[in-house]
Design a protein around this ligand. Sequence first.
Ligand code: COI
Length: 358
Amino acid sequence: MDIRIEPAPEAQRRGKPTDESKLVFGNTFSDHMFRLDYREPQGWVDARVAPYQNITLDPAAMVLHYGQGIFEGMKAYRCRDGRIHLFRPFQNFERMNRSATRLCMPTIDVNDQLAALETLLRVDHGWIPHSMGSSLYIRPTMIASEPHIGVRPAKEYIYYIITGPVGAYYAEGFSPVSIYVSDEFVRAVRGGVGEAKTMGNYAASLFAAEVAKKKGFTQVLWLDGIERKYIEEVGTMNIFFRIGDTLVTPPLTGSILPGITRDSVLTLAKKWGMDVQERLIDIQECVDAIQSGTMTEIFGSGTAAVISPVGSISYKDKKYTVRDGGVGDLARRLHDEIVGIQYGEKEDVFGWVHEVKI
Ligand code: COI
C-alpha cells in the first residue's frame, strides 16, 4: 500500500499537553490522522496521512442511518529507552476485520492496517507521552459513507485512524471501581452483534450507564439477554472473578467482546499455574461467593482500562463489597506484568510487543 503524507502546516498544529499527570482520557487528539477510502469496483484507494480534520459526510451517509460503523482501541507506549511499542497489534486488526465481516463491511489486510498505523506514528510520535501509565491511545475506525437510504450494506466506506495522548481511563485510576448490575437492560444477545466492536453496542449501553452513574456507580455489569442471570462483561472491560484459587471469566459465547487484554490475563494466569476457567457464572453464585468470603477479587480488563479492580458490586439494590474493597494481589500482579511488558520493563516471553521503528 502506497501512503501519501500531507504534513499539517505549522500554524495548524496544536500544542501538546505539558502536564502528563493531568491527561484525561479521550479529550486530546494529535496533529495527523490516517485515511483510506473504499469504493466499488476499485476497493481501498488513496491511503494518506493528513492533518487531523473534519470528515465531510452526505446527510444520507449510511452510517448515520443504519449504524454500519466499527472501531478498535489500541495504545502506543514510549519505553524508558525511547523505543515505541504496540501491544499485540495484529489481534486488534484481525478483530477489526471480524467486526467488518459481521457488519457486511470490507476488510483490510492486517499488514496494511499496521503499515498505516506505523506511518501515522512516525509522523506524530512526538505525541506519545513519556511517563509510564500514559500512552497514545489509537482509534482505528471504519464507517459507511455511501449516500443511500435503502437498507443494505453500503458500497462506500472510510477507514481512518486518529490518536491522542491519554492517562487512566477511570477517574479512580488503579483504585477499585464500584459496579452496578443491570437486570433491567441488556447490552447484547447471543446471535447478535455483541462480539463485534460496533458503535451500536456502545449506544445500547448508554442509558443503563447513566442510570448507574446517577446512583453513584462507575460502570454497568451486564447480564445475559435471555435469562438475565449469567454475567457477561462491563461494556468497556471484560470481567474476572477470583474464587478460591480459581480464576473465572465468562466464555466467548458471541455476546461479549473477545478482549485482547482478556486473552493476555488468561495466558499469564495459566503460566503462573492458576486454575483458569472460562465458564458461565451466574450473578447469584457471584453474590454467594462474596458473602461467604471465597470471592477474593473481582477485576476488569481492557485496552483503555488495562486492569481495573472492582471494589463492590450492587445487585437488586444491595451492595456487596469484595473482601475489604481494596486492590487484590492478583489484579496488581497482572497489572504490573502487563504494563511492564507494554513498556519494555519486563521480559516479553510471548512475543506480544511490536516495536515501531521511528
Ligand atoms: C478500549 O478498551 O480501548 C475500548 O475500546 C473501550 C472503550 C474506551 C470504548
